[in-house]
Every structure is written in C-alpha cells, then in structure tokens.
Design a protein around this ligand. Structure first.
Ligand code: FAD
Length: 381
C-alpha cells in the first residue's frame, strides 16, 4: 500500500514488520505448513516485536497504531506468513473489544499486559450450528450471584489452543433471541475448559484452530464486555474491524503470489524464450497487479474510514469481499503461471493457493459481505 500520508514513525514500523517477516517468518511458515506446526512457538518473539500491542492505546503502553498502519503491517506479515497474520489480527481484535467494552478498571488491568504473549487472546463466537448466523449461539451463561456459569461449545477458534483469554458470545437470557446474547471475557486458566485441536486444514496450517468446550466455567459478572444483552452487536462491531485484518491478510498473500509470478516468468524458458514474453503470461501478471492495487486502495479506504471516525460500515465488507476474492484469483493464476511446478509443495505458490482459500470464509463469508453491502445500498436509496 501507499504509505505517503503516514507519519514517519508509522512508516518505520511497517518497514520493521517487512524486514522481520521476510527474515524470520518465511521459512518457518513453510515448515508449519509441511509439519502442521504452529506459530505459537514464536509468540514471545512476536510480542517482543510489539505485534500483540499494535492497536492498544499508547497511554496504556501500546503502540496505538491507526488502522491504516495496522493493515499495512498485517500485509507485510501475511506476505511471508498468512498464519502469523491471522494470529496477530485476532489477538489485536480481542484487545480492541476489551478497550471499547470492558469495565474501566479491568480494561486497564488487561490492556496493560496485552502486549505480553502470556495474555494471548481468542475470539470465540462460532459454534457448530452458528457460523454465519451467530445469533443462533447456544452456549449459555447463567447468572449465579456475582458470577456467570458458562456452558457450551465453541468451534473453529483461532489461537484457541494457547490463548489465555477468550472473548466469548453466550446466551445470558434464554428465550430472548439475539437480545439474550452477551459478550464475556473468559479466563482460559479457569476450571472446566477443554481445548481440542482441529487438524487437517487446507491452509494456514501454522495458525491454531480449536474446539473449546466450556463446562460450568465460573466467570465473574464484572467480565461482561458491554451491556448484558448487547453481545451480538458488540461482536459485529469487532468483526467489522477484524475484516480489515483479513482483507490485509489476503492482500499480503496476493502480493507474494505476484512477486513469485514475476520472478518465475523471468526464469522459465519455453519455445526458446522466457515465458515473460508471452502475452498470456503478461495478462496474468497485469490483471493480478491491477486487482491487487484495487484491493489495497479499498483496504486503505476502509482503514481511513475507521481512523477518521467516518464509520462507513460497509467499507470493511467491501475491502474484505474484494481483497479476498482477488487474492484467490491471483493465487489461481500464480499456480497456472508456474505450470506443473505450481502444483507441488516445493513451490511456494502451491501453499499460497491453499492459504488464500480461507480468507473468503472466516470473519464473514463473501456471501455475508454481499448481504451487508447490499443492505447498506438498499437502505440509502
Ligand atoms: C480456519 C478457521 C478459523 C476460524 N476462526 C474463527 C474464530 O477465531 N472465531 C470464531 O468465532 N469463528 C471462527 N471461524 C468460523 C468462521 O467464522 C465460520 O466458518 C464462518 O463464519 C462461516 O460459518 P459456517 O462455517 O458455519 O458456514 P455457514 O454459515 O453454514 O455457511 C454455509 C454457506 O452458506 C452461505 N450462507 C450462510 N448464510 C447466508 C446468507 N444469509 N445469505 C447467503 N449465503 C449464506 C455461506 O456463505 C456459506 O457459503 C473460523 C473458521 C475457520 C475455517
């Protein structure tokens, strides 16, 4: 993305993320993909780089990044490791929920240490029967004096095996539909929490994904995030910001694919000439470049919209929809351009093609983004 309007220190941060990601993440990400390993092996290193404190306000010790800087950093991280990008994105999104919705005294307690890898966060909304429709969540939190008692099962939880904190959507008032849902900050060290890894993912294999079972877990009532009964709207607010993170992840993957395409086009010869000379290859590269440029502009606009308080709700959805679908088209072309080499894991584009696939699914599928965008358009005309 263009960083012309960013402050100098923000540009330095983006450059540091670029250098770090290319030097420290690229090879590790390849290993995690092959061995089903996990980015959690380098959590302390990521914390040291400030990656867990990107969005935490400066007066509580965070880096206080704008969304524009944040999304640029995530693009740099995703370029080398899409798994690391989503890991960082989810943790920072959870921090933003705490910042906005936590009880003031707990907010400070939690955020003061948010940059520490021991306070790793996860966002637990989805359930087996509640994905695109989180309002159908069945996990319940019954009031018992000064506590809630939480029971139920969350599915697909990124960072779920190692997280200390789970921002969890639960039903606090049965029979009240969506208005009966609340958000709770659940301490992963509490009794009654069981974590089961989900193996066999198509891509982002370095990112943890888990089923989290809560069995009568005691959660202090003060851990309510926002008002009781307002959990669904708080979750959707968080996801609106999170979508910028996933769009950035997709753009990072797309840029990586494009660089691989250009490099291979210069290297590979057929019919006695470099394939870069073939118009069909040039079209793949040119189309990919333009789609990536459009994606980064949409991401930058969505980020600016948030930073400026303009609050264009559909901007994040537009950025996510376009960037993630473009990343999949670009990854498809990257495999095609590499021919048979693109089909084997030795070649990085094979992994990028698989990594790109999740981006149109999590934090709201493409179909759900279209619902959000169309709803806005139909409302205003
Ligand atoms: C690797 C991974 C990591 C994840 N991380 C997290 C996480 O950290 N926290 C978390 O809470 N969840 C997480 N998720 C869950 C993810 O957000 C959901 O998978 C996603 O929202 C889709 O829900 P679903 O899988 O139940 O699909 P469904 O909702 O069952 O959708 C099935 C199909 O129906 C379509 N559809 C559904 N409703 C509509 C509609 N109204 N209009 C048109 N089409 C529709 C969908 O687009 C999709 O094509 C993760 C998932 C994966 C795979």
């Amino acid at each position: 993305m263009s960083d012309r309007a960013l402050e100098q220190d923000e540009s330095l941060l983006i450059r540091a993320a670029r250098d770090f990601s290319r030097a420290e993440l690229l090879e590790r990400d390849r290993k995690w993909d092959r061995l089903d390993g996990s980015v959690t092996e380098i959590l302390p290193k990521l914390a040291e780089m400030g990656m867990f404190n990107l969005m935490t306000p400066e007066d509580i010790g965070g880096l206080g990044c704008s969304y524009r800087t944040y999304s640029a950093i995530l693009q740099e991280i995703a370029y080398a490791s899409p798994s690391t990008a989503v890991t960082i994105s989810v943790h920072n999104m959870v921090g933003l929920v705490v910042d906005r919705f936590a009880d003031p005294s707990l907010r400070r307690t939690w955020l003061e240490h948010w940059g520490d890898s021991k306070n790793f966060g996860a966002f637990a909304i989805s359930e087996a029967n509640a994905g695109s429709d989180p309002g159908a969540s069945l996990t319940k939190a019954n009031r018992d004096g000064d506590n809630f008692v939480l029971s139920g099962e969350k599915m697909w939880i990124t960072n779920g095996l190692t997280a200390r904190w789970f921002v969890t959507l639960a039903r606090t008032s049965p029979g009240e539909g969506k208005a009966g849902l609340s958000l709770l900050m659940v301490d992963g060290d509490s009794k009654g929490i069981d974590r089961t890894p989900i193996h066999g993912k198509m891509g982002i294999r370095g990112s943890e994904t888990a089923v989290i079972a809560f069995d009568d877990v005691v959660v202090p009532a003060s851990h309510l995030l926002g008002d009781e009964g307002a959990g669904l709207s708080a979750s959707l607010t968080a996801l609106d910001g999170g979508r910028i993170g996933i769009a950035a992840q997709a753009a990072g993957i797309a840029r990586s694919c494009l660089d691989e395409m250009i490099s291979y086009a210069h290297e590979r010869e057929q019919f006695g000439t470099k394939i870069a000379g073939f118009p069909a290859i040039q079209k793949m590269i040119a189309d990919s470049h333009v789609e990536l440029a459009a994606a980064t502009e949409l991401i930058d606009y969505a980020a600016w919209s948030k930073d400026s308080g303009r609050g264009d709700w559909a901007a994040s959805s537009k950025a996510k929809l376009y960037a993630t679908e473009a990343a999949n088209r670009i990854a498809y072309r990257a495999v095609q351009l590499h021919g048979g080499m693109g089909y084997v894991n030795e070649c990085r584009v094979e992994q990028l093609f698989r990594d790109a696939r999740i981006t149109t699914i999590y934090e709201g599928t493409s179909e759900i983004q279209r619902v959000v965008i169309a709803r806005e358009l139909l409302k205003s005309s």
